[in-house]
Design a protein around this ligand. Structure first.
Ligand code: SF4
Length: 262
């Protein structure tokens, strides 16, 4: 593995954060067969390398392979991903092949194309994991994704809903893990650059439109960071310190709280 290409401090930083997440949320256990969803972006590459680095020194054993869903656009060159992984000795599977076409076909007014696309891609990956005996699917969402998703749901959907670092998937079979929960986006950007991994674009016309809301939230957080440098870490921490009694909550919970406090 090309870990020697990573600056020591950088590799220490990312493995420390990922190791902490694994411990805090019980993400990886002995004997796990982990399928890393590798889109070819900086985040999924960082996730894969972080897990590979930790694998070498973990007291438990687990298997790692990677899967890429072919979006079906001419620009999406998954061959370069396969070549890089062959050099690293990591098993790589390419599945799907018509996701962009499916999105174009099923997209309705008001639907976010990337959310729809991500649902299709997850469907392909869940099925593949089930058929190949992989019990965990690792996704490359990092701390900033966790925070932005919470803000997006709050601002545009009126709900306090984010992502979970460990979740039984919709198919009730696979477990989805997100070991980069404590890793900042700037760290994945640095790591991908250091590793000189091939970064692949979707090559899809939906890209600009679909990401505009997320870009806006990103901009908002960057502006707040000027006055509150820890705002993202604080929001992430807030996702674990929820004071239900001081929210509107649902009526059932309120009734329980009233009984408990009387
Ligand atoms: S831009 Fe969005 S819809 Fe298009 S391929 Fe990428 S994730 Fe899918």
């Amino acid at each position: 593995m090309n870990v020697s290409a990573i600056e020591n401090s950088l590799s220490k930083k990312i493995t420390k954060s990922v190791g902490r997440a694994i411990g805090d949320f019980d993400l990886i256990n002995h004997g796990d067969r982990i399928l890393v969803a590798l889109s070819g972006g900086k985040d999924s590459w960082s996730l894969l390398y972080a897990l590979l680095m930790l694998q070498g020194r973990a007291p438990i054993q687990y298997e790692i392979s990677a899967v890429t869903v072919d979006l079906g656009t001419p620009e999406f060159n998954h061959e370069v991903i396969s070549q890089r992984l062959a050099r690293e000795g990591v098993t790589h599977h390419v599945i799907g092949g018509s996701v962009k076409h499916l999105v174009d076909e099923k997209l309705t007014r008001g639907t976010n194309p990337c959310s729809l696309c991500s649902r299709f891609r997850r469907g392909f990956i869940y099925t593949f994991a089930r058929l190949h005996g992989c019990n965990k699917i690792a996704l490359g969402h990092h701390r900033d994704d966790f925070v932005e998703t919470l803000m997006l749901n709050l601002f545009f959907n009126g709900s306090i809903k984010g992502m979970s670092p460990k979740l039984l998937a919709d198919d009730m079979v696979n477990t989805v893990i997100r070991p980069l929960v404590y890793v900042s986006e700037s760290l994945t950007t640095h790591l991908a650059r250091k590793l000189e991994v091939p970064l692949i674009d979707c090559g899809c016309h939906h890209e600009r439109m679909a990401r505009s809301r997320r870009q806006w939230v990103k901009g908002l957080l960057t502006a707040i960071e000027k006055d509150v440098p820890d705002v993202k870490s604080n929001i992430l921490a807030g996702m674990q310190r929820i004071h239900y009694r001081h929210l509107l909550g649902d009526k059932k919970r309120q009734a329980i709280d009233m009984t408990a406090s009387s």
